[in-house]
Design a protein around this ligand. Structure first.
Ligand SMILES: Nc1ncnc2c1ncn2[C@@H]1O[C@H](COP(=O)(O)OP(=O)(O)OP(=O)(O)O)[C@@H](O)[C@H]1O
Length: 350
């Protein structure tokens, strides 16, 4: 290991840039898909990459195995530079990286076992070792009975499981999953996620998961990067990003799964119904909103919880409550002031 290198880091981007040229002649233009990304993915974690369509997620992940060469900056996998390598030089690095795709990309002319075996043939495994490994993997993904079937005889979820078994076959250190679950129904999605989590726990494999579904990220990622227009606008432990998003993009994503704040239509209804002052109070781990409200009630302030939700993620509570406060004006003022000293309070109608 070179000085300054961190053994815990398995993928490192430093000011990584990827531009594409599209069109010809007058229509020629440059698209910056990845715009100066610096981040580190730790060994053994499940790392989620989220963002709207076109944000640059797939391109960023394809830089990891050199499927797309960077235009600028550094990409390192397990201490080895990926940028500036020839296809030949990339081959040993790619053996450490498995990939599963949204569209499965199975060989239709090979059986399930043949698909899983394929990377082992390429990696030069002996026939006996290949057979044992294929059996082990098909057991792992619950498809032992299907070894002799062809992909067209399988359901979408089963095909995806074959894809996972194939990606894991040659014992890679990293698994890249590109929106691997979005073509599947919710139940199958959960099944695939459970498999990724098991692969992560049982084999210690680092998983990099791209998705635009926050539910998916919330259920399995340890840390998450939020991308917008080629940049990572926010990054950190999933619980932190969910409980206290710092950017508008992250806030919007979080709002899609935790609908705990009223939208404008709901707010106008609540304002019409409100008898006093409406406030939206953020709920966080260790913030005792209840005590403030109980004390206020003892002073004659009435409170009505009219909207809200609180969830727990990685043992941290978070959410928000919309409260209608009525009573003596100065007592209501005092209650809002006390709440504001504890947490973020937004008054939404006076
Ligand atoms: N091969 C390519 N040639 C030209 N432009 C490309 C190419 N690949 C990606 N892009 C452009 O780069 C930008 C980022 O695309 P990318 O596929 O990485 O986004 P994404 O966040 O993964 O989107 P999605 O969620 O829709 O898959 C987009 O503007 C896209 O059109």
């Amino acid at each position: 290991m070179r000085p300054g290198e961190d053994a815990e880091v398995i993928v490192r981007f430093e000011d990584a840039i990827k531009t594409f040229e599209t069109g010809k002649g007058k229509l020629r233009r440059e698209v910056t898909a990845v715009d100066g990304v610096t981040l580190s993915i730790r060994r053994g974690e499940i790392y989620g990459v989220i963002g709207y369509s076109g944000a640059g997620k797939s391109t960023l992940v394809r830089l990891i195995n050199g499927l797309e060469p960077v235009t600028g900056g550094v990409v390192e996998v397990d201490g080895q530079r990926v940028d500036g390598r020839t296809e030949e030089q990339l081959a040993p690095i790619r053996r450490e990286i498995g990939m599963i795709f949204q569209q499965f990309n199975l060989f239709t002319s090979r059986t399930v076992a043949g698909n899983v075996e394929y990377p082992l043939v390429r990696a030069g495994w002996s026939k006996d070792k290949r057979k044992a490994r294929v059996e082990e993997l098909l057991r792992f993904v619950g498809l032992s009975e299907r070894a002799g079937n062809y992909p067209e005889q399988l359901s979408g979820g089963q095909k995806q499981r074959v894809g996972i078994a194939r990606a894991l076959a040659a014992q890679p250190k990293i698994l890249l999953a590109d929106e691997s679950t979005s073509a599947l129904d919710p139940e199958t999605t959960q099944e695939v996620l459970n498999l990724l989590r098991r692969a992560n726990r049982e084999f210690g494999i680092t998983v990099v998961l791209i998705t635009h579904e926050m539910d998916v990220v919330r259920s399995i990622a340890d840390r998450v990067a939020v991308m917008d227009s080629g940049r990572v606008v926010e990054e950190g432990p999933t619980a932190r990003v969910f409980s206290a998003p710092e950017t508008d993009t992250a806030r919007k994503f979080v709002a899609t799964v935790s609908h705990d704040e009223p939208d404008s239509e709901e707010l106008s209804y609540l304002s019409e119904q409100s008898k006093g002052r409406l406030v939206v109070v953020d709920v966080r781990e260790g913030v005792d909103v209840g005590s403030v409200l109980s004390a206020a009630a003892a002073r004659g302030v009435q409170f009505q919880i009219v909207f809200g939700g609180v969830s727990v993620l990685q043992r941290q509570s978070f959410g928000s409550l919309t409260v209608d406060l009525t009573g003596e004006r100065h007592e209501v003022d005092r209650t809002i002031d006390e709440l504001s000293q504890l947490t973020t309070v937004k008054e939404v109608s006076a």
